[in-house]
Design a protein around this ligand. Sequence first.
Ligand code: AMP
Length: 217
Amino acid sequence: MLNIILLGPPGAGKGTQAARLQAERGMVQLSTGDMLRESVASGTPIGLKVKGIMERGELVSDAIVSALIGERLDAAADEGAIFDGFPRTRAQAEALDLLLTERGRHLDYVIELAVDEDELVRRIVGRFSCAKCGTGYHETFRPTKVEGVCDVCGSTEFKRRKDDNEETVRTRMAEYRAKTQPILPYYEAKGLVRRVDGMGPIDRVGAEIDAILDGAA
Ligand code: AMP
C-alpha cells in the first residue's frame, strides 16, 4: 500500500494522474478541491464559508482542509491514498504527518509535477468536465471523441469550474509559489521527492509516475 502526494501548480495534471491511478491501481484519490466543491454545491456550512475564497483563487484555512482529509483518510486504508491538492502549506504538511502517524501509516513519495506557467494557463482555461460522470476533458488537448458527447457515459451536459478563468488562475499560481512550493524542502529533507516532467503527453507523465511507484525510478 502506497501513500503518495501529487504536488504541482494548478493545471499541472494532478487530478488527471490521480484519477488514472485510482482507476488502474485501486488507490483512492483524496482531492481537497473536489471535497470543497462538493461542499459548495450542496450548500453546507463549510461550503458557504469557502465559496468566495475559492472563486478568488485563494487558499481556504488549514483547519478546514485538514479536517476534510482526516474524515476521508480511513476510506483509503487498504489500497493507499493519492493526495491531490493537499497539502498546500507547511501547516497542512505537518497535519498530514500526524494523521498518518496516528494510523500507523507513512508517506512513500511526493511526486512533483514540473510545468511551465504560461502553458498552464492554456491548459486550465480550456478545461471542462462531464456534468454526469465527472470525466475531465480539454478543448485542445483532450476533446471528446464525438463533439458534445461524453466518451465515458454518453451524457451531453458538461461543466466548467468557476475558478478556471485567467485572473483566478494567476492568483492560484501566486498562492502556489508563495505557500505550497516552500513545502518541498520539508519533504526533500525526508528524501521523499521525485520530480516528473509534467509538460509531456498524459501517457508519458503517467508512465514516469508508474516507474516511480513500481520502484524503477
Ligand atoms: P484545486 O481543485 O486543488 O485546484 O482546488 C481549488 C480551490 O480549492 C483552491 O484554489 C483553493 O481555494 C481550495 N483548496 C483546495 N485544496 C486546498 C488546500 N489543501 N488548502 C487550501 N485551499 C485549498
